[in-house]
Design a protein around this ligand. Sequence first.
Ligand SMILES: Nc1ncnc2c1ncn2[C@@H]1O[C@H](COP(=O)(O)OP(=O)(O)OP(=O)(O)O)[C@@H](O)[C@H]1O
Length: 247
Amino acid sequence: MSGPATLSPLSVYHGSLRLLDRISLCLTPGRTVALVGQSGAGKSLTAAALAGALPPTLTREGGVLSTRDGRVPQVASLLQNPRSAFNPLMTMEAHALETLATVGVRGQAARQRIAAALEDAGLAPEVRNAYAFELSGGMLQRMMLALGLMQQASFLIADEPTSDLDPRSCQRSLSLIETVVREHGMGVLLITHDLGVVNACADEVHVISEGRLVESTTPETLCCAPSSDAARRLLAAHHALYDEEPL
Ligand SMILES: Nc1ncnc2c1ncn2[C@@H]1O[C@H](COP(=O)(O)OP(=O)(O)OP(=O)(O)O)[C@@H](O)[C@H]1O
């Protein structure tokens, strides 16, 4: 497990249009950092850049995540739509073996890591023989997490992991993230527009608006004394949606 890692200022362009403007973040093992913002603010682009998955039509400047000693840490992803992360023609074991080969783990050692990671992610051993179409969205999210655990990734980028989930699945997804932070010491970047999720999980929160970070604070301060217009708009939207005190 690595120490804290810093994202060097990240800018992303579509032609001459700047979509992200010098986004800089620090991720720390065992801590959850939330990135919140309205639709179109730049959350998913930040996640994609961190995961090395920006669309080829976009160009980037900076945005290298590195530790103090200059190493680039392993980063795992938990996507909004986990089904899109799996090849429908490959079993979960084939995905796992492919992932482990990228970090040089093969043979018996790979099989042992797969068994341990499935168990840690709360999946039955038989899941290794399943194809994506045989698993629910929640199980596929767990499998994504298992892939991160078996790689011994230091950080997890969770992009809207609770969107489109019913309340029970939402709770399960959040407790899974809590487990990787508490028991495996991963550092998490949690991308969401839901301030309730921020309050439940995050140690610190950054607000993004029109591709720029406009506020960095604690969940408590964001709820009680937000300093940016963007954060105030998010709070107002939360009030309007839930018709109650937001956090
Ligand atoms: N492939 C792309 N080509 C051109 N522009 C893009 C591309 N992907 C995203 N954008 C633009 O970049 C901006 C940020 O998009 P992004 O998807 O990061 O927003 P977001 O904060 O994740 O929003 P949401 O919560 O709706 O997912 C938006 O203006 C979007 O239209």
